[in-house]
Ligand binder design. Sequence first.
Ligand code: ATP
Length: 391
Amino acid sequence: MASITLNNIHKTYDDGFHAVKGVDLEIADGEFVILVGPSGCGKSTLLRMVVGLEDITDGDLLIGERRVNEVAPKDRNLAMVFQNYALYPHLTVFENIAFPLRLNKDAKLSEDQIKAKVAEASRMLELDDHLDRKPGNLSGGQRQRVAMGRAIVREADAFLFDEPLSNLDAKLRGQMRAEIAQMQRRLGITSIYVTHDQTEAMTLGDRVAVLKKGELQQVASPRELYEQPINLFVAGFIGSPSMNFLPASLKSEGGRHVLSSPIGDIPVPEAKAKAAEGRDLVFVGLRPEFFEDASLVDEDKKSKGSIFQVELTHLEWLGHEQYGHIEFDPDPEVKTMLSDLAKEMDADELRPVVVTTLSAESRVRPGTPVDLWVDTSRIHLFDPKTGENLT
Ligand code: ATP
């Protein structure tokens, strides 16, 4: 096993497109790091450079202490697990897993040694009962495990996963996510996992690296990304439903601070007001889960946030919770800000709506005034120009 180090890595394609821009990332021996970002941000390019399927334009790539920029893929000793599993349909599960061992003529393994290695991997992956089957007769999850088995028998220095779960249905994806996480921890093998799915990123990795347009935005634990996103982009990308952003101006009078926003005035604590000082406008970041039906909030909690009256325009019932939507009518300035923000977020558009996650017990109804409580101690304030988190 080994660490993987990326020092100022760049990729410019032949057509001149600068797909990866100066990425620095150190993945410790045994660590599980997720590369996440929207489509086209350069995650696959980065992974393909690590494995050697794509040339590195500039920078240094190290596996352990060894610089491997010019080393052929087969000599990097990394195992790639692809989205389409890349299994051989005419071979049995046993032969698919044994394939890299037979391919490696230098190792000169006996048939008994090959059998023992395949047996060990298939036991770990609970594939022992399926060794005689062909991939066509396996479920998506089982195929996934065969692909991992092939990586395991090679005793690679690291696993590289390229969106391995994107072909699976939602339920199986959830199961496989848990399996991969447990397997990685059990094997303790250095792993890089590429996905555009923030849920996968948050649930799988020790650390998550968020990419936008070829640039690394933040590398941190899932909790840190959620609680202390470095900028608007990371804040909007991590968390589901996404964080709401509202343009607001700060008004301070007699020690009382209020953020004046399109859905109403939100009183904020002194510390938050300080972060916005000296700026005409900020973007307020409110996660849907910062809201609650005020009638369900106890007095102690009430005092830690603020309450404001709104009208919900739409309510989505999910059984365990409900999403209350507050649509607002943006003035031209706010409209422009939201459209600039959409560009910054690499999104098509940002609708003028605030989504709130309310508990299932709430009896609020759309179209009537409701008191919502918001946890103002957790709000984020962002610089509208740079996107930097000010809180
Ligand atoms: P996705 O999630 O859609 O796979 P990604 O984040 O993995 O996206 P990449 O496949 O790494 O993105 O592509 C990054 C950017 O580089 C994209 O804009 C893509 O169009 C561009 N790109 C990829 N391959 C080439 C190539 N061979 N020549 C020119 N540009 C390329």
